[in-house]
Design a protein. Structure first.
Length: 532
């Protein structure tokens, strides 16, 4: 019964086929281990290049799925190799005979060419290894030199990251180029060289985009220091201060523009964009530039308006009209500039702007006809500003709201009362205004006393309180006037004191006058009751 199996085992063909199958299985296992290391190493490198937590999480998830896929692919290849070996054995084939036949077909020229190709690959590997070692010695020296010349406490980490990325990109480019040359020497076909060239193209674009964004981030601090040194004095200080506020926004715009161009170049290599692919990326970048330029113009215009109206002077020298008009003019300029930039961006994208202008005209007409209250508010706001009825900083009373004017717009007026509440009043609803900020205002204090009190003594005490008030406070414009007895009955009488003070200071001076009057009466031991 065991004789057939003994014959099969005694045949050298089974042993040779088994060795061949084992070699193929080991080759598949080695390739799997190498691919697993490549996936892990590449994902970690990519996460370090980007330096973002989101990409690190994505890289870890992709690595996990890649390992799972490689495991099952390796198991499948090993199983198919074993099944193929069994079929090969029962088909009566001998690996020794097949290899001998293949070798017999080789000519001496083929063997020479194969030897030359293998020798070239070995030489190429040695040269590549030597070049990589030289680069790894030179690049740290360049990094040290750059940190010495361009180093800054705020950009040192960015520069180190930049040089690390340069190191990885150059070495990877050298290795990919060497791999392409090896494929050419071995005659593996143009498809392998084309695939390696495409990978090198994509890696170059991604690395260049990342290097540009890091260079922009590192150079921002140097430009800020240089500008502060040379432009940080008057009269350009305010303009430079506004520009430096836009640096973070400019960095984000530059990063978006660079990544858009990088994505456009990579996608264009696949020929996936069919609609005007030639100019799509540059147009998006131009739109980003227009938007950033608009923001710069708006910021500089804000400084120009503040400077023209004298808002950078001391607080006591600032004109109230300037504080009223500057926010309004800046808001109007913002609307105009943003609308104009939107039209420019639509034109850059190749979109006809005539329908949008027509729609804006029709919308304006509809608003004018339908929103009559809005038109009334705008017209009323225009006359308020034109006639200088009140300005920012004035103390006014409009209806039930009394307080300091914070903003006078074309549509609404905002008032902050003494309790800190802000009243927003549409300009069309302002029917009457009581202003406490035109020239002067009277601080009126009514003092109630027992009907049997000596009037002359009370008048002298109130005069003394008024004298102290004017001496201690510059808001008082004239001596306190005693208007005499304004109310009298059997139990008490009321005496009125009137003090001319600066606009908006009447409430504070009334309180201060009562305090000083109480002080004088305490010195004279006189009973009193005061009321505003």
């Amino acid at each position: 019964m065991l004789y057939p199996f003994a014959q099969i085992a005694a045949d050298g063909r089974l042993l040779a086929n088994l060795i061949a199958v084992h070699l193929l299985v080991l080759l598949a296992l080695g390739l799997s281990v190498g691919l697993r290391w490549l996936v892990t190493h590449s994902s970690n490198r990519l996460a370090r290049w980007a330096g973002t937590d989101k990409l690190k999480e994505f890289s870890a998830e992709a690595t996990r799925h890649g390992h799972t896929m490689l495991f099952w692919l390796t198991v499948t290849v090993m199983a198919l190799t074993a099944v193929g070996g069994v079929v090969y054995q029962f088909a009566g084939r001998d690996v020794r005979a097949d290899l001998g036949n293949w070798y017999s077909l080789l000519t001496p020229e083929d063997i020479v060419r194969l030897g030359v190709a293998v020798g070239g690959v070995v030489v190429l590997a040695v040269l590549t290894s030597t070049l990589v070692r030289v680069l790894r010695r030179v690049l740290p020296l360049l990094e040290t030199y750059a940190l010495t010349k361009l180093g800054h406490p705020k950009n040192e980490a960015t520069l180190r990251h930049w040089f690390h990325l340069v190191d990885v990109f150059i070495i990877l480019s050298v290795r990919l180029t060497a791999l392409g040359a090896a494929c050419m020497l071995l005659g593996l076909g143009t498809w392998a060289v084309s695939a390696i060239a495409f990978v090198l193209y994509v890696v170059a674009i991604v690395a260049l985009a990342r290097l540009l964004t890091l260079a922009c981030r590192a150079s921002t601090h140097l430009v800020a220091d240089y500008g502060t040194k040379h432009l940080g004095q008057k009269p350009l200080y305010n303009y430079w201060d506004r520009v430096t506020r836009l640096f973070p926004f400019g960095e984000r715009c530059f990063e978006v523009a660079v990544y858009v161009m990088a994505g456009w170049l990579i996608v264009g290599a696949f020929h996936l964009i069919a609609i005007d692919a030639e100019h799509f990326g540059p147009r998006i970048v131009a739109c980003i530039g227009i938007f950033f330029g608009t923001r710069v113009v708006i910021e500089l215009l804000q400084v120009l308006l503040n400077d023209a109206f004298g808002l950078y002077k001391n607080e006591g020298e600032v004109d109230q009209k300037a504080r009223t008009l500057v926010p309004l003019l800046h808001s109007m300029c913002q609307y105009v500039l943003y609308f104009g930039s939107c039209l420019l961006m639509l034109g850059v994208l190749g979109i006809n702007t005539t329908p949008f202008l027509a729609a804006a005209s029709i919308l304006g007409l509809a608003v004018g006809l339908g929103a009559q209250s809005l038109v009334t508010d705008v017209v009323s706001g225009f006359f308020i500003l034109f006639e200088n009825q009140f300005l920012v900083g004035d103390y006014v009373k409009i209806g039930d709201a009394a307080g300091v004017v914070e903003e006078v717009g074309m549509r609404v007026t905002k008032i902050r009362d003494e309790q800190g509440k802000q009243h927003i009043i549409p300009n069309g609803q302002i029917k009457g205004v009581v202003s406490y900020s035109k020239g002067y205002v009277n601080a009126v204090v009514d003092v109630k006393m027992p009907s049997g009190s000596d009037l002359e003594t009370q008048f002298k005490a109130m005069k003394e309180a008024g004298r102290r008030l004017r001496k201690e406070h510059r808001q008082v414009l004239a001596d306190t006037e005693i208007h005499g007895l304004i109310e009298w009955n059997n139990s008490d009488m009321t005496i009125r004191a009137v003090t001319k003070v600066q606009p908006g200071a009447h409430a504070a001076m009334q309180s201060e006058y009562r305090r000083l009057l109480k002080q004088v009466f305490d010195e004279k031991q006189t009973p009193m009751r005061a009321a505003a």
